[in-house]
Design a protein around this ligand. Structure first.
Ligand SMILES: Nc1ncnc2c1ncn2[C@@H]1O[C@H](COP(=O)(O)OP(=O)(O)OP(=O)(O)O)[C@@H](O)[C@H]1O
Ligand SMILES: [Mg+2]
Length: 349
């Protein structure tokens, strides 16, 4: 698994799609999944609005396969409920519940947790050798990393347990009391909503253990050796700062980002110019002199960018920093993606 994270607009989606395309060209069966509700991935792949919760295969020439999908957190939640329920009857009761139907997409943290869950599913899908994840801008990427742990904490929360476990004799009375309390709130929220909510949580009875176990497995996957975090940044100071913050935040969670992608760099046009040439160019007049001035300015920009990035780059192993120039064209189709993918060296491990 490769997870692309970084601040807004630095090229996460493009890099994620290109990593998958590159792997496909190298013979792997790769799927790129976006958990960003923005629809950029479909654009980068030249797919129009055709991305859905089910991976779809793209027509990429080569020995491998390229697939793409977009998180459908409602469908993922439904699948999880069906899988974790004791029997079909319990699953149906939850899936048909009005509170569940209205809230399963909107409940805070659901989207993030389902992203982690979907990642787990794809990582274990025998159709794929590589799963590349495109995340929304930084802070939300961490929400996604944290979501499984937060679910575990919720499931262990005492109030939650009292509400959810009415079948246990001791808690049954409390649960009735809790219902009474909730009912007094119902003049504000509407009695039906409260009834639906209580019924929803009641219907979950017995499923906590399965959910907790799954959340632990997902957390382990994210922090484990099969998952590489790829930090994407531009050389802009704010993006670099945010990438550094992300790097630290991941570190605190026991995750070490393996690769840094510095995207949108200005190339130094003077890199290969010899000192003697410089002197000649500087003394030339007319168009040549103006070009020389422009080249000098671009060279200065490039060196400033390199200086801005270097403290961050120093946190990564030598050979784990990928530099990509600012290109003239946007990546909007498979050939473009293939070209972009060829720039991604060395390949993240
Ligand atoms: N190296 C590059 N050269 C030129 N344009 C680029 C390059 N990398 C990305 N872009 C363009 O920059 C824009 C933003 O890229 P992308 O959508 O991949 O960023 P993102 O980090 O996913 O953004 P968001 O945070 O909004 O999800 C796109 O129009 C993309 O085509
Ligand atoms: Mg994006």
């Amino acid at each position: 698994v490769q997870v692309c994270i970084g601040s807004g607009g630095v090229g996460k989606t493009t890099v994620a799609a290109a990593l998958a395309a590159r792997a496909a060209h190298a013979g792997q069966r790769a799927v790129v999944v976006t958990i960003d509700p923005a629809r950029r991935l479909a654009d980068a792949l030249g797919m129009g609005g055709q991305l859905s919760g089910e991976p779809r295969r793209l027509a990429l020439e080569g020995p491998g396969e390229l697939w793409a999908s977009m998180l459908d957190s409602k469908a993922t939640f439904d699948r999880l409920v069906t899988e974790q329920a004791a029997d079909a009857e319990q699953a149906d009761r939850i899936l048909a519940n009005r509170y569940y139907r209205n809230m399963s997409g909107a409940l805070s943290g659901t989207q993030e947790y389902m992203a982690a869950e979907e990642l787990h599913r794809l990582a274990h899908d025998p159709r794929f050798d590589l799963v590349v994840v495109d995340t929304p801008p930084s802070r939300h990427a961490l929400d996604f990393v944290d979501a499984p742990q937060r679910l575990v904490r919720l499931l262990e929360n005492r109030v939650y347990r009292l509400l959810v476990s009415p079948s246990r004799p001791v808690t049954r009375a409390v649960s009735l009391a809790a219902r009474a309390v909730l009912r007094t709130t119902s003049s504000v929220v509407g009695a039906q909503v409260i009834e639906d909510a209580v019924e929803f949580f009641t219907a979950f009875d017995g499923m906590e253990d399965g959910f907790r176990e799954r959340a632990r497995t997902v957390t382990k996957l994210l922090a484990g050796p099969d998952c590489a975090f790829v930090v994407v940044t531009s050389p802009r100071a704010d993006a670099v700062d945010e990438a550094a913050v992300l790097h630290e935040a991941l570190g605190r969670r026991g995750i070490r980002p393996t690769t840094l992608v510095v995207n949108l760099l200005h190339e130094d046009p003077l890199g290969a110019v010899q000192e003697v040439d410089r002197a000649q160019l500087a003394s030339a007049g007319g168009v040549l002199a103006r070009r020389w001035e422009a080249a000098l300015a671009l060279s200065a920009t490039s060196r400033q960018e390199e200086a801005a990035v270097s403290p961050l780059a120093a946190r990564f192993a030598a050979g784990a920093v990928i530099r990509i120039p600012r290109l003239v064209d946007e990546v909007r189709d498979l050939p473009g993606l293939t070209g972009f993918g060829a720039l991604l060296t060395p390949v993240p491990r």
